[in-house]
Design a protein around this ligand. Structure first.
Ligand code: GLU
Length: 482
């Protein structure tokens, strides 16, 4: 096969949001397509009306776009392709690879319950396969409803999985599956085979929870006499409690990570490392680099654990790499949403924002940290961290702050070096350590005890703001008995 013909797909079912498992599958497919100059398509698997919610399609597509995944075709919708599936079901029926099953749901349920009671795997007993042509005609004449089942041949089935290697299952483990229900709805396994075949999918890359489906699908391919694609089953992502990530467990929409301050590039990079690695200890890999070095053959079949701490650490690296003006564009709406400042205020002070970004970016692990660690740059009515206030704001420090205020009032060029000299000079004059001044001053101007260098903060805030904040802290100490 020429590499240019490679065509892969992501086939989300809109029964939940795009969670990290499906997102990682999408990424691996996308990387595979992009590195081979192939095609990547999106197909919405909405055949199960009871479980599909049309309102979830858009959020799923938006989440893919947010992650930076684009597609060459689609989205295709299975619900719009029912007639095509039925044509293939008819072929299987005509060739004797499938048969009509007139068993009622009650009968099937009873048999299932009996098997379970005997602790046996419930399996269809092929009662309807034994029906004669005359019996079938009679039932059809009476308009009896019927489902269509695939006839699984005897023997065993093997295939070579790109990730799992050669795997074999006894055909006796698979019951004659229903491919079309009595109400005429074609089921997922049938629809997938028809789609993958008609859409020219060369590699089916999906979670290993689909291996059992793969064996069923192989029998459908063989029944139809069509060529199998290559299969690659990816390990499942486990949460820290070792349960697998799933919609059922309420795992969150991938876009939620964005709201929690994770950059899409960081999540993309991180998800690539869940089940695959470049084997040279590198972890920070750009999308371009990943397209170059990703190898489907090197996917590790062991289920990886989603370690959010590691994601956040990688996010920090991405924040550091980003240019300040780019970060400013992303931080501005966060500040506005948090009600800390207004769009107008920021638009008129863009340089100020960029400067603050530069000061904070080394410390931010999430984009939202720019807000929590930098809000004092935008308003002065903040509360002081209670524990730090108790420690730093005393009758003694009030005196220091008053002296420093006097010194600062005199400084004309409110620059880092001058501020540092003034503070050092005062500490010497008072016979105290620098820290005894630095900590209360930091708390007075920012309300918190961590942050960028104090002199950077002071210079950035500017003289009048610093003086006001020192006065406010002095008053606070007075009002609190200092
Ligand atoms: N619709 C299936 C899912 O959301 C994927 C099926 C497939 O990739 O073949 O898990």
């Amino acid at each position: 096969m020429s590499p240019n013909n490679i065509k892969v797909r992501i086939a989300p079912s809109p029964s939940g949001y795009l969670h990290v498992g499906t997102a990682r599958t999408a990424i691996f497919n996308w990387l595979y397509a992009r590195q081979h100059g192939g095609k990547f398509i999106v197909r919405i698997e909405d055949t199960d009306e009871n479980r599909s919610d049309a309102n979830l399609v858009q959020p799923i597509l938006e989440a893919l776009k947010w992650l930076g995944i684009d597609w060459d075709e689609g989205p295709y919708y299975q619900s719009e392709r029912m007639e095509r599936y039925k044509a293939y079901v008819a072929k299987l029926l005509d060739s004797g690879r499938a048969y009509r099953c007139f068993c009622t749901p009650e009968e099937l349920e009873r048999e299932r319950a009996e098997a379970m009671a005997k602790k046996m795997a419930p399996r269809y007993d092929r009662k309807c396969l034994k029906k004669t042509d005359a019996e079938i005609s009679e039932l059809l004449g009476k308009n009896m409803p019927f489902a269509i089942r695939l006839k699984i041949p005897q023997g065993e089935t093997s295939y070579d999985d790109i990730v799992l290697g050669n795997i074999t299952r006894q055909n006796s483990e698979i019951e004659d599956l229903v491919i079309c229900r009595a109400d005429g709805r074609v089921v997922y396994n049938m629809a997938v085979v028809v789609d993958d075949y008609e859409m020219g999918i060369t590699h089916v890359i999906r979670g290993n929870d689909h291996v059992t489906n793969t064996f069923k699908q192989i029998h459908i391919y063989r029944g139809l006499g069509i060529e199998l694609p290559q299969f690659a089953h990816l390990p499942l992502i486990l949460r820290s409690d070792r349960k697998k990530v799933s919609k059922r467990l309420g795992d969150k929409d991938v876009s939620e990570y964005g709201k929690e301050g994770i950059l899409p590039e960081a999540l993309f990079n991180f998800l690539c490392l869940l089940g695959w690695s470049p084997k040279d200890n590198r972890e920070f890999l750009s999308k371009e680099e990943l397209i170059r070095v990703f190898k489907l053959e090197n996917v590790n079949p062991a289920n990886p654990i989603f370690n959010e701490e590691k994601l956040v650490a990688l996010n920090k690296e991405y924040i550091k790499e980003y240019q300040d003006y780019k970060l400013a564009e992303m931080v501005a709406p966060l500040l506005v949403q948090a009600g800390i400042t207004t769009k107008y205020w920021l638009e008129t002070r863009w340089e100020y924002l960029i400067k603050i970004i530069g000061l904070l970016k080394e410390r931010c692990r999430r984009m939202t940290d720019f807000v929590s660690l930098g809000k004092y740059f935008f308003y002065s009515e903040f509360n002081y961290e209670p524990e730090s206030a108790q420690k730093q704001f005393t009758a003694e420090t009030k005196k220091y702050l008053i002296s420093l205020l006097t010194q600062f009032e005199e400084i004309e060029e409110f620059k880092k070096e001058c501020l540092e000299n003034a503070l050092n000079g005062l500490a010497e004059q008072l016979g105290i350590k620098k820290g005894q001044l630095i900590h209360p001053v930091r708390l007075a101007v920012s309300g918190i005890s961590v942050g960028p260098g104090l002199y950077d903060i002071l210079e950035t805030l500017g003289k009048s703001e610093v003086l006001l904040r020192l006065q406010r802290a002095i008053k606070y100490i007075e009002n609190n008995g200092g």
